[in-house]
Design a protein around this ligand. Structure first.
Ligand code: ATP
Ligand code: MG
Length: 403
């Protein structure tokens, strides 16, 4: 007997009633995609668990590292699978525990019976397995309230799974299970974090970036590409739309009074993103806006910008402080890319004193002198589309000893 499976417990999925099957299928698919190059592994689904059978695969650390980033997982553990027979279960639990550094530690058995036909009830099973362990080990004590090692015994009809250590999963919902949204991705700190949080809630995202050559250069574009690649670690596949925005920005500079250019620019960005969303069957737009952060993010500005669409605009960072956003960006490893110097298409054209309380009627009046629709159509037709996938074999040097 040996650890031969990884047992995966779901997070919020458990509450999702009717959609459960869809969620589980999506989660199993996402896990499979992440582990595609481990050819020995097989994945099994059940109502409340996913099991990865190792089939002799030994690189548990790399597998763990990847599973830790999959949304929709509450926790997971290395497991020993046995027949649902008492003697087998006892041996399995003893083996599982002996594989750890257990001497001097406290433990308890937490039996759970999905198979109610099993002859012993939960308490009896806890006692039987616990006594077997105490008889066959030295230096272990029972502590039912706050044990250092919790030996979990899950008796199911087809088999029993025994685990001793839980690893925390990323939580949230499986990416793709909530539908598709377009992420407005700049090269800044906020929007990649917003994208990460959107994915955490199960959204599959496509990224849209506005690029204004020669005012913004290739390095700025590369930043956005690098950020997109980073985000694929959480959602495996992301399509990036790079929209040429120079003509529109220059037109705005010419036609719109200076203190309204920023608002108009944002409106055009949102309008284009919405059209790309429409053509790609998305149902929402995600931005990195955080209320009050800059001139374009006052409530009045948001209101005026938002009038170009009735599509839901999701702003995961709306109530976050910058320090909180930076903390997440460090954790997800986008911070170092975001702080690289670059020219954003907006910073370059940002007026000295943008309106913080813009009026909708005014901006609509200024825009009415230009045929923006044909400029928008042209920008969309020249949009560059690139697909990115998770890069397998990413750095795992900081992994430590997890099991
Ligand atoms: P970020 O750090 O995400 O750039 P920010 O605090 O700099 O955000 P703004 O520059 O006002 O704020 O941008 C607000 C939001 O508008 C961004 O979070 C992003 O979603 C979107 N956005 C801004 N610039 C671009 C761009 N060039 N391409 C795509 N989306 C953009
Ligand atoms: Mg920005």
């Amino acid at each position: 007997m040996e650890y031969d499976h990884i047992l995966i417990r779901f997070g919020e999925i458990s509450t999702k009633g009717r959609n459960r099957k869809k969620f589980i299928d999506q989660l199993a698919y996402n896990i499979k995609t992440k582990l595609i190059d481990f050819s020995k592994l097989t994945i099994e689904k059940s109502r409340d668990r996913i099991f990865i059978k190792l089939n002799g695969e030994e690189n548990i650390q790399e597998i763990t590292y990847r599973i830790e980033k999959v949304f929709g997982i509450h926790s997971f553990s290395l497991a020993i699978k046995t027949d649902s027979e008492l003697t087998e279960i006892k041996d399995g639990a003893l083996t599982a525990l002996k594989d750890l550094e257990y001497i001097g530690k406290t433990f308890k058995i937490s039996a759970k019976r999905a198979d109610k036909q099993f002859p012993l009830d939960t308490n009896e099973l806890n006692h039987a397995v616990g006594s077997h362990i105490l008889t066959n080990t030295e230096g272990l004590r029972v502590d039912v309230h706050n044990p250092e090692i919790n030996v979990r015994v899950e008796v199911r009809h087809e088999a029993t799974y025994i685990t001793c250590k839980d690893i925390r999963g990323a939580g949230g919902l499986p990416v793709g299970s909530s539908g598709k949204a377009m992420l407005m991705l700049s090269g800044g700190i906020d929007s990649p974090v917003a994208g990460y949080l959107a994915m955490k809630k199960g959204l599959h995202i496509e990224a849209v970036h506005f690029f204004s050559p020669p005012f913004t250069n290739e390095r700025s574009k590369q930043k956005v590409i690098d950020l997109t690649k980073k985000l694929t670690q959480y959602g495996s596949k992301i399509r990036l739309h790079i929209v040429p925005f120079t003509d529109i920005q220059q037109t705005i500079q010419r036609q719109v009074p200076e203190n309204y250019t920023l608002i108009s620019t944002r409106r055009m960005m949102l309008k284009i993103t919405d059209e790309i969303r429409n053509r790609n069957n998305g149902l929402a737009i995600v931005t990195g806006e955080s209320l009050g952060q800059v001139a374009s993010q006052t409530l009045e500005s948001m209101y005026t910008i938002n009038q170009v669409t009735s599509t839901p605009v999701i702003r995961p960072l709306v109530s976050s402080d910058k320090t909180e956003i930076i903390e997440i960006s460090r954790n997800i490893d986008t911070y170092d890319i975001s702080i690289l110097p670059y020219e954003d298409c907006c910073t370059i054209f940002t007026p000295a004193s943008p309106k913080t309380r813009p009026k909708l009627e005014k901006v609509m009046h200024y825009e009415s002198f230009v045929d923006f629709d044909s400029l928008i159509e042209e920008a969309i037709s020249k949009t560059e589309i690139i697909d990115y996938k998770t890069e397998i074999g990413i750095d795992n040097s900081d992994l430590g000893d997890l099991f």
